[in-house]
Design a protein around this ligand. Sequence first.
Ligand code: AMP
Length: 585
Amino acid sequence: MLDFSTIVNILEQMEQTTSRIELTNYLVTLFKNTPSELIDKIIYLIQGKIRPDYEGIEMGIAEKMIIKIISQISDISSSKAYQKYHEIGDLGSVAETILKNKIQTTLFHEKVTMERIYLTFDKISKITGKGSQEIKLKLFASLFNDSSPEECKYIIRFALGTLRLGIAESTIMDALALAFTSDKKNRKILESAYNVSSDLGRVSKILANQGLKAVSAIKIELFIPIRPMLAERVRTAKDALEKSAGKAAVEFKIDGERVQIHKTDKKVQIFSRSLENVTHYYPDVAEASRTINFKNIIIEAEVVAINKNTEEFLPFQELMHRRRKHDIKKIMENYPVFVNVFDILYASGKDKTNLPYIERRELLKEVITKSVDRRLSLIQQRIVGTVKELEKFIAKAIENGCEGVMVKQINSAYRAGAREFAWIKIKREYRSELADTLDLVIIGGSYGRGRRVGKYGALLLAVYDKKENVFKSVCKVGSGFTDEVLEELFKELGKYMIPKKHPRVYSKLDMDSWFVPTIVIEIIASEITLSPEYDAGMNSIREGFGLSLRFPKFTKKIRLDKNPQDITEETELVEMYRKQRNIKL
Ligand code: AMP
């Protein structure tokens, strides 16, 4: 048993600090105080979830419901509670303030334990169908009735995933290593296990119950997605080849959605880049994968929408129809896809990630020739040894409707969850503009004039600071939007509007609206500039200056497949700036 009040005490202290070292130390205390059978649950709640992402389990608690509960258990009307929310900007604190003023009428309290909170959340996540809102409400209310105002504050924050303590996953792993092995260096082992299991709760539970050795034994398993390997960027073909020691494999970089396909004789499951199970969006991809006559495999591919008649690749946004509409059968007919396979991570019951690229490619060839479905094919590839050869291949890729190429080191293993130079992306824009597009999250908006009255004239965008787990403003963008996209964004952004700047957002600018950082869009720009107005990269190049983008333009891609944690990071932006100026590190 673990009294929730013990956790609340630690959380209250954590709230007073922004120092990563102090946060880590508090987490260590928290983990040491947690019975081993509860450690996974604490980890999930800190991460703002109740199960690992790939299970797709959500509590489905809306802010509106919390407001209703607050109003029910206090004597305050919903509209008053809502008004308070506008003033304070955090529903947890709203509940705390209101309940502190309420005269305590309940005589008997059942103690609120961590188990009880987690079990209630778990129950809530499983309730569906008619009347489910009412039942959820009752379950919540009973928890609140037994809780102190401070406890209510954190229960709400856990439920909404808005703990806002700035705890990054790397900090959690540091603290786990310290709490259970007394050595921060062991975080590397935890990280590897996390990269193949995508479940930090499970890693922590094994660590607490069976020790570090058992954690290192965590292996790739079918139907549990692996955190994807990511690519670095360079400016020219020459740089790419130099980074690859003069010889590399180049592949088409197709403008589609990355998928990880897990397959046995009986079952196929497809996971997105952010580890979400997306099998239901792609019944055709699953069908094509079933035809592979090879046992137990995990492969990675880029799924791309094609023109029904000419079979040419279509831009990424055509794929997003699959996310939006319900009639998947019709969508499959109108927007068919090709599956371009580029890697293999597991085959015949064995982990293949440690094989060098070139051997994985051979194996992949063998596997794919065993498919009879023409929608599934090996991604186009060539081994190159000169800049000329590489440039020729880039030209071919562009001609074929690709967004660029991926340059891959021939001898490199598959490094789950890592962004390194073993994979390098070169996009077609690299000649004239920035070496790459940026994925940025929308954090604010200002209202438009003229044709855009009543909609946003410009959107404020941010990069991600992974270390602090915050979003830092980088530019305003107003160009590249069609009326149709603007309309859609306006509707979508409405769901995430908040009265004040989000607590995890850094921005000096004053905006008409603020949003919970959720919606990711792709931006192209001509260069990165120094600017005192924006917070991204503040002081990293010059004192008092941050970084911004010159002539930013929306590429018309709303990246529904990316979470805000997957966007361009602040460190990448600084790196891109240095590359652009040729400033050596
Ligand atoms: P980016 O999202 O711009 O960082 O680029 C990396 C993405 O390119 C991957 O996540 C894949 O979705 C996509 N991609 C397209 N073709 C390939 C390929 N041949 N190898 C690896 N990734 C690819």
